[in-house]
Design a protein around this ligand. Structure first.
Ligand code: GLU
Length: 491
């Protein structure tokens, strides 16, 4: 694609401007850079582009670093802060000036605005008219430094994703490279850095594609090696407009808080633009082995939250129980009265093992584990309505008596009790299990009923069944307007 020789090793960077959270698009850019570097055994550098002092914040820097660490995107160099390199940008700007590639400009914003309007009125492009190009503005006068654009240049490059692109240099402005306060502008700082940091491949969002010819012009003036460029296509929401808050959560950490696993989110993000046959699930090692820019498509991808949820469920199901326990604990609602032994890591891991097959997020996993950790049980009103009815009384009553007299509490003895009562009352196992399930977990969906009984143990199981039973009996005696009394259906 290019005749340029690329120095070895490959060096790439992720260069966020810390003006907000790490969002999904930024995370995908970081991920692609990370994978590209790891695949080629190159270097992945993190650079914080914080020269816009009004919009850059420490909390945004912290959020970006947290997001990168959470996604397990370790960088090899940095973070390098552009604000720690201001002297370097000034020196390079002065050097460009000394070599005739830049000049001081003292036009004030008001003057520029006036001339822009005049140009527009004449139907001319609203560009800087070059007034200060040869005026030799004194360094004492308040000024900016502008890059001197060489006329009649063509900026052609072969984008590794978009293919050959070419821009007419005559359309470029003499852009400001250093502001009056000495701060470099984005296009200038990025080139000085990419040159100094020996970046070989610039992989970034295609919102920067129009900046690329401007940057190439500066690379040329610096006499620096021009990196290869790979501009990643946009990420759309379902309505095919740029992904934004309107489409739901866009910050990486919001996904952590909703109970997504970092590797599930990364696996989802990598497929926004990159593919390997029709494979959907990749371990990190596989991604490193397979990822390259050849299979990054040039058309926008559409963010699909359902698919992300599906992937997350897959990752949860395949995570070790002991690893899930502390993650789900972070999302657990407050525990009123811990069940005995429920803080034991082995017990918690066991709970995860029973529940993880049905959870799509860690938040769902935390929610479904609550009845196994807290003595206080909340019964879902819809589950109560469905499964704790008047006709559940004889079931719960007989089970309570039979279970209460069991000598041993294990799968076999429990199963025998259910079978015998089922036969005696002419009911199927499911008819018996459902009211017990709701009495024990507050929900109509849970792991197998014998697993639940064993996990909760005799004392808690019997207390909950007996509690549900008394509640039902109380409702028959005195239905209260708040309770979901079964009497409405069964007078
Ligand atoms: N700081 C720029 C941004 O956050 C990225 C610059 C680049 O990758 O060239 O959009």
């Amino acid at each position: 694609m290019t005749s340029q020789t690329i120095p070895s090793p490959i060096r790439v960077r992720f260069a966020p401007s810390p003006t907000g959270n790490l969002h999904l698009g930024g995370a995908r850019t970081a991920l692609f850079n990370f994978l590209f570097a790891r695949h080629h055994r190159g270097v992945f550098l993190l650079r914080i582009e914080d020269t816009d002092r009004e919009r850059s914040t420490d909390s945004a820097i912290a959020a970006i670093l947290d997001g990168m660490r959470w996604l397990d995107l370790t960088w090899d160099e940095g973070p390098i802060y552009q604000t720690s390199r201001l002297d370097r940008y000034r020196d390079v700007a002065l050097d460009l000036m000394a070599r005739g590639h830049a000049y001081r400009c003292s036009c004030t914003p008001d003057e520029l605005e006036e001339r822009r309007k005049e140009a527009q009125a004449k139907g001319l492009p609203p560009r800087y008219d070059g007034r200060c190009r040869d005026r030799h503005v004194s360094p004492e006068t308040p000024h900016v430094i502008r890059f001197r654009n060489t006329p009649d240049q063509i900026f052609a490059f072969s984008d590794l994703i978009r293919g050959p692109l070419s821009f007419d240099g005559n359309l470029l402005d003499d852009l400001v490279i250093l502001r009056t306060d000495g701060m470099p502008t984005y296009n200038f700082a990025v080139v000085v850095d990419d040159a100094d940091m020996k970046i070989t491949h610039v992989i970034r969002g295609d919102d920067h594609i129009n900046n690329t010819p401007r940057q190439i012009a500066i690379f040329r003036a610096l006499g620096a090696e021009i990196p290869l460029f790979a501009h990643l296509p946009m990420i759309f929401g379902s309505d095919r407009t740029k992904l934004s808050k309107r489409h739901g959560a866009t910050s990486v950490m919001a996904y952590r808080d909703m109970g997504y696993l970092p590797h599930a989110l990364a696996n989802y993000l990598v497929r926004l633009g990159w593919s390997h046959k029709d494979q959907e699930i990749f371990s990190r090692e596989e991604l490193i082995a397979l990822f390259d820019l050849d299979h990054v498509g040039s058309s926008p991808s559409v963010f699909n939250p359902e698919k992300l949820l599906w992937l997350n469920a897959h990752y949860i199901k395949n995570s070790p129980d002991a690893a899930l326990a502390p993650l789900a604990t972070e999302l657990l609602a407050p525990i009123e009265e811990p069940l005995p032994g429920s803080s034991d890591p082995d017990y918690r891991a066991h709970v995860m093992g029973l529940l993880k097959g049905r959870a799509r997020t860690l938040a769902e996993l935390a929610e479904s584990s609550h009845p196994f950790l807290d003595r206080a049980l909340t019964i879902d009103p819809a589950a109560r309505e469905k499964a704790l009815r008047t006709d559940s009384i004889p079931i719960l009553d007989s089970l309570l008596t039979a279970l209460g007299s069991l000598q041993e509490w294990n799968a076999e003895t429990l199963k025998n009790v259910f079978t015998q009562i089922g036969e005696a009352q002419n009911r199927k196992l499911g008819d018996l299990a459902q009211p017990v399930r709701v009495a024990l977990t507050g929900k109509t969906v849970s792991p197998g009923i014998f697993d639940v009984l064993i996990l909760l143990g005799r004392e808690v199981s019997l207390t909950r069944i007996s509690g549900a039973l008394s509640e039902l009996r109380k409702n028959i005696m005195a239905p209260s307007p708040e309770s979901s009394s079964p009497r409405k259906d069964h007078p």
